[in-house]
Design a binder for this molecule. Structure first.
Ligand code: GLN
Length: 536
């Protein structure tokens, strides 16, 4: 639609957790609905190379892309909103920027110059931002800067934005998210924190073009006028961003505030296009008017921080809508489950999901949970470690191999039904070394999974080091746990299921990473469908 790629930067002020990711995704959705191609990138100012080595308690779930990048969970929102794939290029951290600059320095690429934050680090940042624009694939690249303006670690990013705005005059725009708090004692919304935060940006040489004001109450005209005046932005560029009932409402709320039109006008792009959000609105209508409700237990060890399972909980929202039902999740801490209380903990659940994870904490609770789901014939989905627990449980309680385990927990286990993949054995670095990203999988015709997907050839994303040990496969299949999904190149078992059960599926891959509003994931859809049928 335009000759050159336009760049929109999204910064945040006053506090974290204002929802930059959702605003970015919503803006991109609106632009996409008008026929523009848009992608979103997240720049994270921390020094880790990627979030793969971060504990989920730090930043929530680690999202994985098709090309095997371990990324920030905001990329999950981008994919779910846009129904488009992201890649390694969509998430960059300070660690990665520095690593790349230092590698260049070692190769002598800076020709004897002193290597400095400005220009070397800022140049590297600008290159990473423009990488997505260069391929000519996108009309608009939206770059979300993690953290809050004023943080020491985000300074080089704001400086890169300042330079780009100067260099690409007219092709760049800054949307600043800020908070307009309500002071109960005064009975008023307060604009001062917003003024301070914009001042902070101005001190760094950046004038925001649009202000998205997070607020719990209506932003009245006089307040908008005040903010516009003190922050040098036009009145129509003061956008109210009220708390929403669901994140999927936000694109429509932003449309009502004309965020997309303001952005397009300021970028000198055509605003005549009519946004088509019919499918999105249909999704929302069903989401808010379900025919029924079901309760599914999500058993994991990070349930105190629900962001740790973001893609799973969103997948259930999509799959619920596909089944015209509301999926209520009961979050169950795997450490709290044991053989004595498992029935009580699982009481009233229509379905059970055992979550992915690493290490020994909570694993016995996961195994007890699987036993309950298998024996009580409760529809079950196990993902990654959840699938591995299903295998261990079956080995112990059906095959009678009391010692069966994964070598992740018991290194010298004598019945290692789950063991380390051959190619993992000589790896000592933890970061970025797992089996990551998309791999092909062939499904057994007629199996529950092949019915779910309505095809026998799929590709799904992975993030693990351990695998089903094929040495034991015959014994499992004889007793009724079948490998119904296998990697055609390596023979690795990707799916197990039990026939004599309403719906019992374990997947070594992570289906949750591929569920979107437009394309709810077939495994989640089939699971919720089985839950509904089993209840009848
Ligand atoms: N810890 C297990 C492995 O590495 C499972 C990983 C996961 O659940 N993502 O194989």
């Amino acid at each position: 639609m335009s000759n050159s790629t336009k760049y929109v930067f999204v910064t945040g002020g006053v506090t974290s957790s204002l929802g930059k990711g959702i605003i970015s995704a919503s803006l991109a959705k609106l632009l996409q609905a008008r026929g523009y191609t848009a992608t979103i990138q997240k720049l994270d100012p921390y020094i880790n190379i990627d979030p793969g080595t971060l504990n989920p308690y730090e930043h929530g779930e680690c999202f994985v892309t098709d090309d095997g990048a371990e990324t920030d969970l905001d990329l999950g929102h981008y994919e779910r909103f846009l129904n488009d794939r992201t890649s390694q290029d969509n998430n960059v951290t300070t660690g990665r920027i520095y690593q790349s600059v230092i590698d260049k320095e070692r190769r002598g690429e800076f020709l004897g110059k002193t290597v400095q934050v400005i220009p070397h680090i800022t140049n590297e940042i600008k290159e990473r931002i423009q990488l997505l624009g260069k391929e000519g694939k996108y009309d608009i690249v939206i770059t979300e800067i993690g953290g809050t303006v004023g943080d020491i670690e985000s300074l080089p990013y704001v400086e890169a934005v300042r330079q780009m705005k100067w260099e690409l005059d007219g092709d760049c725009l800054v949307v600043h998210l800020t908070l307009v708090p309500y002071l109960a004692a005064a009975g008023e919304l307060k604009t001062k924190p917003t003024q301070h935060s914009v001042k902070q940006l101005l001190e760094l040489g950046v004038q925001p073009d649009v202000l998205c004001c997070r607020t719990e109450h209506e932003l009245e005209l006089n307040l908008r006028r005040k903010i516009a005046k003190f922050c040098n932005v036009s009145m129509n560029a003061v956008i109210e961003s009220r708390d929403a009932e669901t994140i999927y409402d936000v694109p429509l709320l932003m449309q009502a505030e004309e965020l997309d039109r303001v952005v397009l006008e300021k970028l000198n792009l055509n605003t005549k296009s009519v946004p088509n959000l019919d499918k999105w609105k249909e999704f929302l209508t069903t989401l808010k008017n379900p025919d029924s409700e079901v309760t599914i237990g999500l058993v994991g060890k990070y349930v105190e921080l629900k962001d740790s399972y973001k893609s799973i909980s969103e997948s259930f929202i999509h799959a619920g809508v596909a089944n015209k039902t509301k999926v209520n999740l009961r979050w169950i801490h795997s450490e709290s489950v044991n053989s004595d209380n498992v029935s009580e903990k699982m009481e009233g659940l229509d379905g059970i999901l055992v979550a992915p994870g690493f290490g020994s904490r909570g694993i016995s609770g996961k195994i007890e949970t699987v036993r309950h789901a298998r024996e009580q014939k409760v529809p079950f989905l196990g993902i990654c470690l959840g699938m591995q627990c299903a295998v261990i449980e079956f080995a112990r309680n059906v095959l009678g191999w009391a010692e069966a385990h994964t070598t992740e927990i018991v290194d010298n286990c004598n019945t290692p039904v789950i063991s380390m993949m051959e190619e993992q054995k000589n790896i000592s670095n933890l970061g970025g070394t797992m089996r990551l990203g998309a791999y092909r999988c062939h499904l057994t015709p007629g199996s529950k999974v092949s019915k779910a997907y309505s095809t026998d050839k799929i590709s799904e994303r992975h993030r693990h080091r351990y695998e089903f040990n094929n040495e034991f496969l015959d014994a499992f299949e004889e007793k009724g746990m079948r490998a119904t999904g296998k990697n055609p190149d390596t023979d690795l078992v990707e799916v197990v299921e039990i026939d004599d059960h309403p719906w019992f599926v374990g997947a070594q891959f992570h289906p949750e990473y591929k569920s979107t509003v437009d394309n709810p994931h077939p495994l989640f859809v089939a699971f919720v469908k089985a839950v509904l049928e089993n209840r009848k």
